[in-house]
Design a binder for this molecule. Sequence first.
Ligand SMILES: Cc1cc2nc3c(=O)[nH]c(=O)nc-3n(C[C@H](O)[C@H](O)[C@H](O)COP(=O)(O)O)c2cc1C
Length: 159
Amino acid sequence: MTNYKPIIAIVYASATGHTESLAQMVADALVRQGAQPDVFCVKEFDLTELCCYDIVVVGTYTWMNGEIPKQLHGLFEAMEQQDKTSITGVFGTGDRCFATYCGAVDLFRDMLHAKTILAATLKVEQMPSADDRMRCDAFAESVLTKYSHHKGVTLAANF
Ligand SMILES: Cc1cc2nc3c(=O)[nH]c(=O)nc-3n(C[C@H](O)[C@H](O)[C@H](O)COP(=O)(O)O)c2cc1C
């Protein structure tokens, strides 16, 4: 099958704007590769819609002692119930001053690896910069490549 167009959701939480900026950079990277992701702050995302997406990408900051912020607990639990057919990725921002740098990314990574087909992870310290654009491109490429390999579909250059 060629020219299949995956439906992609990026769902993020952000308290001070860093993860929101990274979500936009990841979305832009996916767009550069021909995708059209829907970007949601988690407050605006209806968890019952999870199953409508071929690819779900989570964005999280890290809270006290490496924890997942409360706003994302519902999404975490809903994604734990996913079958092994959904393709996922997780990115996040954190601060190396803390003992568990981007610990929330690691917690999502471990769960998504067990419960879904995890394609890629990405960690950025604080506010993303222009230098992170290439890392976002690599992240987006990994997600789309995992999707096309797993589903046995070919994505055209501008699908
Ligand atoms: C009270 C508090 C606790 C934090 N704990 C951690 C932590 O354990 N690990 C980490 O990597 N960053 C930690 N951070 C840093 C934030 O995750 C980081 O600033 C992040 O970029 C914020 O993202 P946001 O702007 O999207 O809210 C903490 C920040 C605050 C204010």
